[in-house]
Design a protein around this ligand. Structure first.
Ligand code: HEM
Length: 465
């Protein structure tokens, strides 16, 4: 027997709850509704974890006059992403900005339209094609290494954004954006903070009002738009046919069954989506990797030993990667501890029941990689960086839904193979040449924006090996 999600009054009044129905655990209580939302604002990562620890696998979190249901069990994650996925639509806290930025791109579109667009983009992400991107990815790492000097101090988060942005535009769109990477990074950081602040604020000034923040947001939106339109215009000028087979030519040449092409607006949305999704999350994976290796010298030494043994100082190739198990374990562990996509939200479009509870249409469901990946039921010493844990078959022993840095089900990340290949090649290439030391006295704090970012970057000292 499943149960409806009780109202706040029912939660605190057992008499009002029918005896044969399961009552939803009350969630963080003792705080007024607004108090909880302020807590959520201040430290959402800790709030979610402590709510899961204290209230279990299904928790209702009040957020400014609404509530969200946080599901903290691998089976429930699977229900939402896989078994009952057709009952949910994507939901985002930052709907306003996300739609302004990504329109109806692959990340947020739904239904038949999404299915068609996904089918269209999929060939560009087949393993064989991704492997062809390897030399370009390595060349981007090489360019960075050439630019770095022994003793440099740099913000690693910015360095990695530049690297992965260049790799994404070269491989996916056959172009380059020299000199603009920093500006893209700044625009993204501003827009993420701006949109979250707006989403969480009960009193929202209309986006069209000319406040300084709104004006800056318009400027950043226009800047990103202009880059995407430039990519399209360049390709048109070159003639699309010459680039047969790359992602951009596929999208530009794609025909619907009735023979119509994508509208310029659709094309812009897909390119913006892949442009942003294609570099930001991988840059974060790499940044967190250098940070965690700098804090764990034993892991760093073991990685060095493996790289030296297999590569002996030369550049890695795709064929080398299967002989680098520790490198993959490091990447798995980074994505466990600092998953760039740390939370996923869905809105139910049909009634569903999960874990014995009924969720009516319109419920907002949250599942969080940050919470699940640090759950002590599945991971020993969950907060410790221990790549070794992945070397003895942990991935096969874990219940499905306990580790999902790339999501799962039909909406699973289309760029997973791309991101894992790029991460492995870049780490293998750069770790052989440099050791990165966190600037002494720095505290690195994860900031849960749309993605999980290091709040003030990661200042590091570069030591040539
Ligand atoms: C480590 C790097 C990455 C991580 C952690 C990551 C994570 C994710 C996650 C969790 C989702 C599912 C979101 C949901 O279901 O709500 C997703 C979807 C997506 N990702 Fe990634 N991603 C990464 C890299 C990439 C790259 C390199 C690309 C493109 C080149 C990309 C493009 C996309 C797209 C287009 C979707 C939407 C797919 C769909 O709904 O059909 N991602 N990603």
């Amino acid at each position: 027997m499943t149960a409806p999600v009780p109202s706040a009054a029912e939660q605190h009044s057992p008499a009002g709850t029918p005896a044969n129905r399961k009552r939803l655990p009350p969630g963080p209580k003792g705080l007024p509704l607004l108090g909880v939302s302020l807590d959520l604002l201040r430290d959402p990562l800790e709030l979610m974890r402590s709510a899961a620890r204290e209230y279990g696998d299904v928790v209702r979190i009040p957020v400014i006059l609404q509530s969200r249901i946080l599901l903290n069990h691998p089976d429930y994650v699977q229900q939402v992403l896989l078994f009952q996925q057709s009952k949910f639509h994507k939901s985002t806290l930052t709907k306003e900005t996300t739609e302004r930025l990504l329109g109806q791109g692959l990340l947020i579109s739904e239904g038949e339209f999404w299915r068609r667009q996904r089918r269209l983009a999929q060939p560009a992400f087949h393993r064989q094609r991704i492997n062809e991107y390897a030399p370009t990815m390595l060349e981007c790492a090489e360019m960075k290494a050439r630019d770095w000097r022994d003793g440099d101090t740099r913000n690693m988060a910015e360095e990695m954004m530049e690297l992965t942005l260049e790799a994404a535009v070269r491989t996916l769109f056959g172009t380059t954006l020299p000199g603009e990477a920093q500006q893209v990074g700044r625009a993204m950081t501003f827009l993420m903070r701006y949109s979250l602040r707006r989403a969480r604020s009960p009193l929202r000034i209309p986006a069209g009002w000319p406040t300084p923040k709104n004006r800056r947001a318009t400027k950043e939106f226009d800047f990103l738009d202009s880059l995407v339109y430039r990519i399209i215009a360049e390709r048109k000028a070159q003639g699309n046919g010459q680039h047969h087979g790359d992602l951009l030519s596929m999208l530009m040449g794609a025909m619907d069954e009735d023979g119509t092409q994508m509208t310029p607006r659709q094309l812009r949305d897909e390119i913006m989506t892949l442009f942003l999704a294609g570099h930001e999350t991988t840059a974060l994976t790499l940044s967190w990797t250098w940070y965690l290796l700098s804090q764990n010298p034993a892991a760093d030494a073991r990685l060095q030993e493996e790289l030296r043994g297999v590569l002996g100082g030369r550049a890695p190739s795709v064929a080398d990667l299967e002989r680098l198990p520790y490198l993959h374990a490091v990447i798995n562990e980074v994505l466990r501890l600092y998953p760039p996509a740390y939370i996923m939200a869905r809105t139910s479009i049909a009634p569903s029941s999960i874990g014995g509870y009924d969720f009516p249409v319109g419920s907002t469901i949250l599942i969080s990689q940050w919470v699940m990946h640090r759950d002590a039921r599945y991971y020993d010493e969950p907060d410790a960086f221990r790549p070794e844990r992945w070397l003895d078959g942990l991935a096969d022993r874990l219940p499905a839904g306990a580790y999902f840095p790339f999501g799962d089900g039909p909406r699973r990340c289309i760029g997973q193979g791309f991101a894992l290949l790029e991460s492995a090649l870049v780490i293998a290439s750069l770790a052989q040449r440099f050791r990165f030391e966190l600037v002494p006295g720095t505290t690195v704090v994860p900031e849960p924006l749309v993605t999980l970012r290091p709040k003030n970057g990661i200042p590091m000292i570069f030591h040539a090996r």
